[in-house]
Design a binder for this molecule. Structure first.
Ligand code: ATP
Length: 358
């Protein structure tokens, strides 16, 4: 596949601080890639380098086969949407959307037709005569997207476009942006620190941590098969517990031995961390013979609608263990704080990380 965008060994230094430590990445045509990571990991800096708003210290940016590493922003082929709506407050909605078209010298009639088409596309067909202040935050972001794609750029850059919106609007807009992006087939990069947003919208997620890429993969790959403890911890609710090796494909978690299917290469002996999701834990009554399980005491029960999250304490381990239980299981076991239950961890669901590689 010909890549639409390629970043080769991008480094960015701000004085003595290195914000990006040699980042390489290829984006396929038409896909939506999320840069996901905590505040300060370098995702906005990387997006701004793609846009030409920041100049990399070294490294190459290739777009549509062309080296654009030193091209000024105006000469690059992208539309961008920022977190704050950044519409021109003194221009009407139609004038805002038409902004890039005017700059390109498009004839009036053609421009008006294009603006109407774009307003319909973002679901605000009758808003052209209004001013930004008359629209809600979510509506303003839809207009900002219409403005960004007005000139049919090759690349759409979205810098935390939903984070200033309230939760309901944010969730609705996620779906709208994704379906618009798929209908247009426009290659898109979305910067977010919100893992739910990345999981629900992306074709691929680029998980960033302190200026490097920890993992690139589909939402399912990143969620099910994290390559580093950081990814395991940052994406989704996680059990990441200290453990020690107890023979071939066996680990001790607290005082209890568990079988595992996939071991990690041996490290320097400083111990392991085992990873598994709360929804993979099987909770059963204490009486039955449950393989690969340990007794644990229920510390907390949180009702979360379609499931409940239980917090357990296990013998010999300080950290809590989280388990998600379906409504039906909750009804069957009548779980309440103080109960002792058996928590089973299926061997094929556990991933092992060396605390310190050899
Ligand atoms: P956030 O979500 O908080 O914006 P981010 O992952 O997008 O986080 P960046 O904005 O890319 O992070 O910043 C990466 C690091 O580089 C941060 O530590 C930041 O303080 C630093 N940084 C960014 N811009 C500059 C600058 N102009 N001068 C100095 N340091 C900077």
């Amino acid at each position: 596949m010909t890549e639409f965008l390629e970043l080769r060994d991008i480094r960015k230094e701000f004085g003595s601080f290195t914000a990006l430590k040699g980042v390489s990445l290829a984006v396929h045509p038409g896909e939506l890639v999320c840069f996901l990571g905590p505040s300060g990991c370098g995702k906005t800096t990387l997006l701004r380098i793609i846009a030409g708003l920041e100049v990399q210290t070294s490294g190459t940016v290739i777009q549509a086969g062309k080296d654009i590493s030193r091209l000024p922003p105006m000469k690059r082929d992208y539309g961008i949407v920022f977190q704050s709506y950044a519409l021109f407050p003194n221009l009407s909605i139609a004038e805002n959307v038409a902004y890039g078209l005017v700059n390109r010298g498009m004839a009036r009639a053609q421009r008006d037709a294009r603006v109407n088409e774009l307003l319909a596309l973002v679901g605000l067909p009758d808003s052209g005569a209004k001013f930004p202040a008359q629209l809600s935050g979510g509506q303003q972001q839809r207009i900002a997207i219409a403005r960004a794609i007005a000139t049919s750029p090759g690349l759409l850059l979205l810098d935390e476009p939903l984070s200033a919106l309230d939760a309901r609007v944010r969730v609705r807009l996620r779906g709208e942006i994704r379906s618009l992006q798929q209908r247009l087939g426009i290659t898109t990069i979305l910067v977010t620190h919100d893992q739910e947003e990345a999981l629900s919208m992306a074709d691929r997620i680029v998980v960033m941590n302190q200026g490097v890429i920890d993992q690139i993969g589909s939402p399912t790959e990143v969620y099910r098969n994290p390559q580093t403890p950081f990814v395991a911890d940052f994406v989704g609710k996680t059990n990441l517990l200290p453990a020690t090796r107890a023979g071939d494909k066996r680990v001790m978690i607290g005082a209890q031995r568990f079988e595992i299917e996939n071991d990690a290469p041996a490290g320097n002996g400083s111990g392991l961390r085992v990873f598994f999701r709360p929804e993979d834990v099987i909770v059963r009554g204490v009486g039955g013979a449950t393989p690969n399980s340990a007794a644990a005491v229920v510390e907390k029960v949180e009702f979360l609608g379609s499931y409940s999250r239980l917090t357990f304490r296990m013998n010999g381990i300080d950290q809590p263990l989280f388990a998600d239980l379906s409504v039906n299981d909750m009804e069957e076991f009548h779980v309440k704080p103080g109960d002792t239950m058996r928590v089973a961890i299926p061997a094929d669901r556990v991933r092992v990380f060396e605390a310190q590689p050899a």
